[in-house]
Structure formats: structure tokens, C-alpha cells
Design a binder for this molecule. Structure first.
Ligand code: UDP
Length: 371
């Protein structure tokens, strides 16, 4: 078999890369170990006609028009705006924290201009390390200890199975803290869900005469049989590529438990977080993401984080980030040879969102093509 480019992985990183290379006239083979495409955003319709996100809820959002225009080439998007409630101390709160959250939790009636001084007071009476290296310290430095304890501490322990003081402060940047009453999960101007699903979107990305797909096949077991002349785009596990020479990087997995219920509606919104109660972190009611109308049926998904299993997340502890640098140095050496690119959440060991994966793939491939 001879192709110009070999892409390892048919998720968003692989599909974006394959598409751009094929459009530049190069022949591409995509080797995917799973029996389906679309990676962790794979979805399917179940017998009740509801679209299930097999690996947990995926909501597309981006600040960048260029990325929005790119994904819109391959799918229409709904205008869904993601809203989440957090169930704590026996009631639902708006989450991320905004003025309504503060007023409900503290039984106050703060006006817009009162919220920043309120956070300031909470922070003044809190203890934290002002170097702001850890997730705990960053959150406490923004909202104080009470809000941190109710909404972040136990959720984070459940999600990562470690002390929030041992996780990188950068993790806190994922969750906005608001003083207004905006209750959307993401502030990005472009948000939505592909109307026919992510699998269909990725299928359209890969639908090109220059792209061939080999699924259910582990790249490492066939790599000696594929000859290529130009480029390998690797989107799999970073440490595996280098034979774990600097030790194993940690990944976090999730047990997804689905339940079909004979009722029209189960949750007040598509996703409810459970920071303190139960073993699951959150429940998603899929029809509320997609707007699908399924009479007297709904499907919900419980997420139980776990150590072993399919890698969903990279784990931002000091030890992992130190090892990541060693591996990325090796990856960058290979990239400089112009025969390899490492792209995506697993291959760069980065907690990327979907839009960022596409952006990095576009940047790296366009730069490679320009050489
Ligand atoms: N987080 C939290 N409480 C919440 C939601 C999130 O403490 O109710 C923390 C937690 O550490 C989580 C991180 O913020 O892992 C990022 O949350 P996000 O919702 O972005 O996670 P994802 O959707 O990627 O699983």
C-alpha cells in the first residue's frame, strides 16, 4: 500500500488533517483502531430515535469564525446554547457561578455592581497560596472558600480522583465566573450541535476521493506494511508512540451508563452537575441537547469517572505535565524532520476542546503544506 500521507486516528484531529491534505491533492489513508469514526464525539441514534453521544455530552463552541465556517462546510448546526444546573445542598443552582447563583446560595439580593465587591470580601477571608499554581488556589482566589467548597471541591475530586490542590491552575480557566446573570456554560459567540450528529459531520469530512479509511485496525500492528512518502499525522496516545520511554502518562476515563426512561422529560436542562452527592459527576438528557421529539421516552447518561479504560481526559498534575514536556520534545524533533505531525488531545497531551483540535490541525497542516 502506498499513500502520500498516513493519518493515525479518525477523530476530529485526524479527519480535519485528512480533509485538508486530500484537498491539497495528496492521497491519504486513515487508520483507526475503533470500528467507528469520529473518535470521542461519535454519536448514534438509538431505537427511540434519540441521538446518543457514546462518550458523553459534546457541545460545539468556538470564538473563531474561521473554525465555525470550517465545521459548517460539513454539517448544519442547531442554535443550541448550553445551560447547566448544579445540584447542591438539595437544590438546583445556576452554574457556572453567576449573580443568581450567589444570591440563591447566600440568600442575598445583590445587584450587578455588588457582585465584584462580594467576591472580594469572600476572597479576603479565604486562605490560599498566592502563587496561584493549583486549581484550588485559582478558584478560591476568584470566589472564596464557600463557593469553592459547594461547587468545585468534591466534583473535582470525583472527576480526577486527586486533591484539587495537586491539579494545575490552568484547569480553572475552563469555567467562567460571572458577575452578571448570563447562565450559558460557554461564552463563545458560535455554539451548536450538528443537526445530523457528529458522526455524520466527520463522515462528510472524510468523504473525499483521495481519502481511504481502514477502521478496526491498530496502526502499530501494521505500520511496517504501510509505505508512505510524505507524512504521518499521529493523533493517538503520545506516550505509546514513544514506547513509554519516559514512563506512562495518566489518562482519565469515564464509565457511561445509559438509561431509557418512559417519560417525556427527566431533567430541567440538558446537563445537571452533582458536585457533592452520588458517585456520578453529571447526568445528561440527550434529547434536550438535540431538541429531538421522542414521545414519552427519554435517554439519560450518568458519568462515573475512572482510572482505567478508554482515555477521555489528560490529567493536569505536575508529574504528568513534566513527562509531557519530555515526550513533546521528542515529538517536536520528529516534526522538524517534516515527516511527522502530532495533533490533538491525546497526541499533544492537552485538554483541548473540539474547536481547538480543529484549529491546531488546520494550523499544523497548512504550515506543513506551505513548506
Ligand atoms: N468543575 C467543577 N464543578 C463543576 C464543573 C466543573 O469543579 O460543576 C471542574 C472540574 O475539575 C472539571 C473542570 O472544572 O474537571 C472542567 O469542567 P468541564 O465542564 O469543562 O469538563 P468537561 O466537560 O470537559 O468534562
Amino acid at each position: 500500500m502506498k499513500y502520500d500521507c498516513v493519518i493515525v486516528g479518525a477523530g476530529l484531529a485526524g479527519a480535519t488533517s485528512a480533509r485538508l491534505l486530500a484537498e491539497a491533492g495528496l492521497s491519504v489513508i486513515v487508520v483507526e483502531v475503533k470500528r467507528h469514526i469520529a473518535g470521542q464525539c461519535y454519536d448514534y441514534k438509538d431505537e427511540s430515535g434519540i441521538t446518543i453521544h457514546k462518550y458523553g455530552p459534546h457541545i460545539f463552541h468556538t470564538q473563531k469564525k474561521e473554525i465555525w465556517d470550517f465545521v459548517n462546510r460539513f454539517s448544519e448546526f442547531s442554535d443550541y446554547q448550553h445551560r447547566v444546573l448544579s445540584y447542591a445542598e438539595g437544590q438546583y443552582y445556576k452554574f457556572p457561578i453567576n449573580r443568581d447563583t450567589v444570591n440563591s446560595l447566600f440568600g442575598l439580593n445583590l445587584k450587578a455592581e455588588d457582585v465584584t465587591p462580594f467576591f472580594k470580601k469572600q476572597v479576603e477571608i479565604a486562605k490560599f497560596d498566592s502563587s496561584l499554581k493549583s486549581f484550588r488556589d485559582v478558584v478560591v482566589s476568584q470566589v472564596g472558600e464557600r463557593l469553592y467548597k459547594v461547587f468545585f471541591e468534591s466534583y473535582t475530586r470525583k472527576q480526577w480522583s486527586c486533591n484539587p490542590a495537586d491539579l494545575s491552575g490552568s484547569l480553572a480557566g475552563r469555567i467562567p465566573i460571572r458577575t452578571n446573570t448570563d447562565d450559558r456554560y460557554f461564552s463563545d459567540p458560535y455554539q451548536g450541535i450538528p443537526t445530523k450528529g457528529y458522526t455524520a459531520m466527520v463522515d462528510n469530512m472524510l468523504d473525499h476521493e483521495k481519502i481511504h479509511i481502514l477502521s478496526g485496525c491498530d496502526y502499530f500492528s501494521i505500520k511496517d506494511q504501510i509505505s508512505f512518502s510524505n507524512l504521518i499525522v499521529y493523533t493517538g496516545l503520545l506516550d505509546r508512540f514513544f514506547d513509554y520511554q519516559y514512563g506512562h502518562l495518566q489518562y482519565r476515563s469515564v464509565d457511561i451508563k445509559l438509561k431509557t426512561l418512559d417519560m417525556q422529560s427527566y431533567l430541567p436542562v440538558a446537563v445537571v452537575n452533582y458536585p457533592n452527592d452520588y458517585d456520578w459527576t453529571r447526568i445528561t438528557e440527550f434529547k434536550k441537547l438535540t431538541g429531538e421529539d421522542s414521545l414519552q421516552k427519554t435517554v439519560v447518561c450518568y458519568e462515573y469517572p475512572k482510572a482505567k479504560g478508554d482515555p477521555f481526559y489528560t490529567v493536569p498534575t505536575e508529574d504528568n505535565l513534566r513527562k509531557r514536556i519530555l515526550y513533546m520534545n521528542e515529538a517536536e524533533k520528529l516534526e522538524r524532520s517534516n515527516n511527522y505531525l502530532f495533533i490533538g488531545r491525546l497526541a499533544e497531551y492537552q485538554y483541548y476542546n473540539m474547536d481547538r483540535v480543529i484549529e491546531v490541525a488546520k494550523n499544523k497542516i497548512e504550515k506543513w503544506l506551505s513548506k
